[in-house]
Design a protein around this ligand. Sequence first.
Ligand SMILES: *[C@@H]1O[C@H](CO)[C@@H](O)[C@H](O)[C@H]1NC(C)=O
Ligand SMILES: *[C@@H]1O[C@H](CO)[C@@H](O)[C@H](O)[C@H]1NC(C)=O
Ligand SMILES: *[C@@H]1O[C@H](CO)[C@@H](O)[C@H](O)[C@H]1NC(C)=O
Length: 494
Amino acid sequence: MRRVLVLLLLFLSSQTEATVPFTELKRQHFPPGFIFGAGSSAYQVEGAFAEDGRKPSIWDTFVHTGRMPGQVTGDVASDQYHKYKEDVKLMHEMGLDAYRFSISWSRLIPDGRGSVNPKGLEYYNNLINELLSHGIEAHVTLFHFDLPQSLEDEYNGWLSPKIIEDFTAYAEVCFREFGDRVSSWSTVNEPNILPLMSYDVGLFPPCRCSYSWVVHCSEGNSSVEPYVVAHNFLLAHAAVVRLYREKYQAKQKGKIGITLLAFWLVPLTNSSTNIDASKRVRDFHLGWFMDPLAKGDYPVTMKKIVKARLPKFTKTESKLLKGSFDFIGLNHYSTMGVEDYRFTLRTKRLDYITDVSAKLKVWRNIFVSPTEEDGSSFEYLSQGLPRLLKYIKQYYGNIALMIHENGLGLVDSPSTPLLMEAADDGIRVKYLEQYMGSLLSSIRNGSNVKGYFVWSFLDTFEFGFGYMARFGLYSVDFEDKHRRRKAIVTCSFV
Ligand SMILES: *[C@@H]1O[C@H](CO)[C@@H](O)[C@H](O)[C@H]1NC(C)=O
Ligand SMILES: *[C@@H]1O[C@H](CO)[C@@H](O)[C@H](O)[C@H]1NC(C)=O
Ligand SMILES: *[C@@H]1O[C@H](CO)[C@@H](O)[C@H](O)[C@H]1NC(C)=O
């Protein structure tokens, strides 16, 4: 196939005769035990949305109201529910140490709480056993955006503290049933962006907002709800970690943590307002979760700006949160420029976005059109990763980290109808090389990073983009009934 694969093969199979340009990139240069993997999430790849007792999540409801571009859905997605054996085989051929995937809460416990679906149990048991029998570790995310619809209907899901008990009970089923074979658990994926997308601008389900300029929300309060939801994520995370540590970890010997979206943010110019703005965005982006997790409370900047709208932790909660992780997972895609931006009084808006008061300059390297991008920016952008890692070490200590997502999405366009063009791969190879290279130099410089996962193993249903952005190391033909994986390995470099 694609040069990406070839690169990974070289890189993962410890061969020394690489003719890839980045000759330094060899597996054995990474510390022993370093994990190379690739990832996915349940709603994005499984499909089988109404099969074997699975009930809807809020994403099913959302896509079925036709709100995705092109009205696409994840009903079938990459069909991994039916094709997991084939996929595990491909992972094995690629030489992956681990697969990062999530469990669909409403497949396992269709009503969100109460009875467990035996077919759900069977599926995840099968998947995990298949991975293990191929020597691939299971790294499992408990919550990756797909809340059971029934809990949203009953008490507004993550807006209510009732979620903590139900999430913990769901997690316990997972620990009890799968924990003997799971190496690593992440409680929640990207809780630091979901409140913004779902409760401030209302673009993601449950589509709540009071200010959005993009969509009309029938309910919501953008001033307070993003902060309440983040607070409940933190408390639910802490409760689940306590449960795992008290009851399961000694026996099962897995690790547990949480996964945050983590851009590196640089001031667009060296003006003091832009430097302050970039610090502020870092606090609202990473500090929002990292400070409570590492220090037991929200960043001072946030307390000063958000004031009474920011929930408070009790002493007990704060103690429970502090140190409630064995590792922090980072989803790192790019570096962004930050510019101070004051909303005019006329807008009378008070939400996360006006609290942050900044504009972000996104260099287009998360989604690129191969015809427009030559990858020349990657060298500069990838320098953000070592800086991010250094920043975390400086502010939060030498904690264990996992790069849980890093990757490049290629956008299908009329001029490049096929993702399979060799040119497409060239650009992705460049991206991955640059990022893996800068990761390696950080590790050599003392960064405590334990693993690296490419997003994504397969092309997936991308939240917000549907099937337009292709991140997969293996591509999927979404036009094909059988969702053929396209893995035409030419191995010209091996
Ligand atoms: C949001 O909630 C706050 C606190 O309850 C309230 O003061 C404010 O008026 C609400 N805003 C909207 C737009 O409903
Ligand atoms: C800001 O200052 C730093 C250090 O002096 C320098 O490396 C950087 O290029 C400057 N950035 C801009 C955008 O001028
Ligand atoms: C490497 O570590 C040194 C000492 O802590 C630090 O000064 C330097 O900036 C680091 N370099 C990178 C690329 O992280």
